[in-house]
Design a protein around this ligand. Structure first.
Ligand SMILES: N[C@@H](CCC(=O)N[C@@H](CS)C(=O)NCC(=O)O)C(=O)O
Length: 100
């Protein structure tokens, strides 16, 4: 069994009963990576953050904080999953190291 790789700087704004969020969370599991998850239904402050930063309340939304603190907000589950696939190699490398 591998331990999911934490990816710093990424936060997923979502809520439990949203089907697009479920697909995105499933992809995270499949890719074996972990990001901070912010449930906008459970915590109204996360919804406010999403509105203020991303500009709309739609979920899922991935907050991406790059080097130097530059923040961008990515909507659309398909785009988010595509973006997260970029971290798959990092997780796979880590898993190979653990098995060695
Ligand atoms: N095409 C979007 C659809 C996302 C979507 O419709 N999310 C719903 C929740 S399931 C939502 O946030 N609706 C409220 C809104 O758009 O403000 C995706 O694939 O992420």
């Amino acid at each position: 069994m591998t331990i999911p790789t934490n990816v710093a700087g990424l936060s997923l704004y979502h809520y439990q009963s949203c089907p697009y969020c479920a697909v995105t969370r499933k992809a995270l599991g499949r890719l074996d990576i972990r990001v901070v998850q912010r449930d906008v239904m459970q915590q109204p402050k996360y919804r406010s953050e999403l509105m203020a930063g991303g500009g709309k309340a739609q979920v899922p939304c991935l907050r991406i904080e790059g080097e130097g603190g530059k923040v961008s907000w990515m909507y659309e589950s398909g785009d988010i999953i595509k973006y997260l696939r970029g971290y798959e190699k990092v997780a796979a490398k880590k898993a190979a190291k653990q098995e060695a």
